[in-house]
Design a protein around this ligand. Structure first.
Ligand SMILES: Cc1cc2nc3c(=O)[nH]c(=O)nc-3n(C[C@H](O)[C@H](O)[C@H](O)COP(=O)(O)OP(=O)(O)OC[C@H]3O[C@@H](n4cnc5c(N)ncnc54)[C@H](O)[C@@H]3O)c2cc1C
Length: 404
C-alpha cells in the first residue's frame, strides 16, 4: 500500500504548550506548517472546574500569546494575575512587588489545557496550518534538501525543517541522534488545589523547606494551586496521607501564612529531573521547549523558556528568509542555538543552585542563604533585576519578546 507524501515548510512534532502557538507564529511568517500531536486532552468547557495543571505565565510570554491572538481566547474569569510574590524560609524572607518594576503584574496563573486549547482554536483559523491529530511521529529520514517525517498511519511529511516540541522524552531528539545530559533530583512535585482561611491576595507564596519548595499559587476561583516539591520518600508518604493530615501538613508547611488550609482536591505527582540537550539542532531538525531543556519547576520558568525558544526560532527563520534562506538551513539553526542555549543552560544551572542552597542543612550554607534572602530584600536594584528576568524582560535576549 502506498502512503501520501505531503510537503510543507515546517513540520512541528508536539502540539503541547509550546508547539501549538509556535505553529501560529510560523504560519504568520507565511510558512506552510504541519502540526503532529499524538494525544489531546478533552476540551475544557467554560463551566468546567479549574484544571489541576497550571503554569505561571510571565508577562513577556503573555505579550507573545496576545500578539498571536491566543491569549484573548482564554476567558478572563479563569486567569489569575499575581502582583506580589513572598518567598521565605527558616531565617529570612523576600518580597517582590510588580509596582516597583513598575508593572501591572508579575505573571498570571493559567491552566495548561486552556493555553493549549486556545492555541489550537487560533491555529484552526490559519489556512497555512494542517493538523495531524491524534497521530504519532514515528520515523525521521532525509532526502536532498528535505527532512522526511513518517507518521503512524504511514503519511510522510517532507519539510525544510522538523521542530521537536515533543516534551522531555523527545522522540525527535533521539531520532536526530542528539544526546542529552541531566540527573534525577530524587524529588517529586505534588500538585493539588486548596481552599485557605485567608485570601491569597493575588500573591504567589513560596516557602523553601529543607526537602524542597512549597508554593501556593493564586487561582481565579479564590483557591490556591499547590506545587510541593519534596524527596521521593516524603512525596510518597504525603500522597498516601488522608486529606485531614495532608491539610495539616500544608498549614504547617506554610507556617499558617494563609491561615488554616481548609480543603483540598485530588493530588497528582510528577517526578522531577533535569534534562538538557547537548545540541538544540541537527540536520534540518531543531528542538524547542522541554524537548531541549527540562528544568526544576521551583521558579515557574519551564514553559516561559519554551516560549522564548519559540520566539527566537521565529526571529532566526525570519532573518534567514530575508536573505533567501529556507527555514532548515544551518545558518538559521545555528543562529537559533546561539540565541537560546547558553541562556537556558544558565537558567537550568541557577535552578540547580537554588535547589541545593535551599535544601542544605550545612550551617555555613544556610547562614549564607539567610543573609542572601534578607540582603537581597534590602537591595531594590537587585530585586528589580531578578523580577525583570523572571518576567521575561531580560535585556540579554533583545530579539526575544518582540515577535508578533
Ligand atoms: C509540577 C510542575 C509545575 C510546573 N509549573 C510551571 C510554571 O509555573 N511555569 C512554567 O513556565 N512552567 C512550569 N512547568 C513546566 C511546564 O509544564 C513545561 O515546561 C511545559 O509543559 C513544556 O511544554 P512543551 O510543549 O515543551 O512539552 P509538553 O507539554 O510535554 O508537550 C509535548 C507534546 O508532544 C506530544 N508528543 C510527544 N511525542 C510525540 C510524537 N512522537 N508524536 C506526536 N506528538 C508527540 C505530547 O502528546 C505532548 O502534547 C511545570 C512543570 C511541572 C512538572
Amino acid at each position: 500500500m502506498t502512503h501520501a507524501t505531503e510537503r510543507c515548510d515546517v513540520a512541528i512534532v508536539g502540539g503541547g504548550l509550546v508547539g501549538t502557538p509556535l505553529a501560529c507564529a510560523l504560519a504568520e511568517l507565511g510558512l506552510s506548517v504541519a502540526l503532529v500531536e499524538a494525544a489531546l486532552p478533552p476540551p475544557l468547557a467554560p463551566e468546567s472546574p479549574l484544571d489541576i495543571r497550571v503554569s505561571a505565565i510571565a508577562p513577556a510570554s503573555e505579550a507573545w500569546l496576545r500578539a498571536l491572538g491566543v491569549w484573548q481566547r482564554m476567558p478572563e474569569t479563569r486567569l489569575c494575575a499575581y502582583r506580589r510574590m513572598h518567598v521565605w524560609d527558616r531565617g529570612g524572607a523576600i518580597d517582590f512587588d510588580a509596582a516597583t518594576v513598575p508593572a501591572e503584574r508579575l505573571g498570571t496563573i493559567v491552566e495548561n489545557r486552556l493555553i493549549q486549547q486556545a492555541a489550537l482554536e487560533a491555529l484552526g483559523e490559519h489556512p497555512r496550518i494542517r493538523c495531524y491529530v491524534p497521530l504519532r511521529a514515528k520515523a525521521l529520514g532525509w532526502s536532498g534538501e528535505r527532512a522526511r517525517l513518517t507518521l503512524a498511519d504511514g503519511t510522510v511529511l517532507e519539510a525544510a525543517l522538523v521542530v521537536g516540541a515533543d516534551g522531555a522524552d523527545s522522540g525527535i531528539r533521539a531520532l536526530a541522534g542528539i544526546p542529552s545530559f541531566g540527573h534525577d533530583y530524587d524529588q517529586w512535585a505534588i500538585m493539588t488545589q486548596v481552599r485557605t482561611e485567608r485570601p491569597h491576595d493575588h500573591t504567589a507564596w513560596q516557602r523553601f523547606l529543607p526537602d524542597g519548595p512549597l508554593a501556593f499559587l493564586p487561582l481565579a476561583d479564590g483557591r490556591c494551586a499547590i506545587v510541593w516539591s519534596c524527596t521521593t520518600a516524603i512525596a510518597r508518604a504525603y500522597m498516601d496521607l488522608p486529606d485531614e493530615a495532608f491539610l495539616r501538613a500544608l498549614t504547617d508547611g506554610s507556617e499558617g501564612l494563609l491561615g488554616t488550609v481548609l480543603a483540598c482536591g485530588p493530588r497528582v505527582s510528577f517526578p522531577l529531573r533535569l534534562v538538557h540537550a547537548v545540541r538544540y539542532v541537527g540536520e534540518r531538525v531543531v528542538l524547542v521547549g522541554d524537548a531541549a531543556h527540562l528544568v526544576h519547576p521551583l521558579a515557574g520558568q519551564g514553559v516561559n523558556l519554551g516560549y522564548q525558544d519559540a520566539m527566537a526560532l521565529v526571529t532566526a527563520i525570519r532573518q534567514g528568509r530575508a536573505q533567501g534562506r529556507d527555514a532548515g538551513e544551518s545558518w538559521v539553526l545555528g543562529r537559533y542555538q546561539r540565541l537560546r542555549r547558553a541562556h537556558n543552560l544558565l537558567t537550568a544551572g541557577s535552578m540547580d543552585g537554588f535547589k541545593y542552597l535551599f535544601g542544605n542543612v550545612n550551617p555555613v550554607l544556610s547562614g549564607l542563604r539567610n543573609l542572601g534572602l534578607a540582603g537581597v530584600d534590602r537591595l531594590g536594584l537587585v530585586k528589580r533585576a531578578i523580577m525583570r528576568q523572571a518576567m521575561g524582560l531580560n535585556p540579554d535576549v533583545p530579539e526575544v519578546g518582540k515577535e508578533g
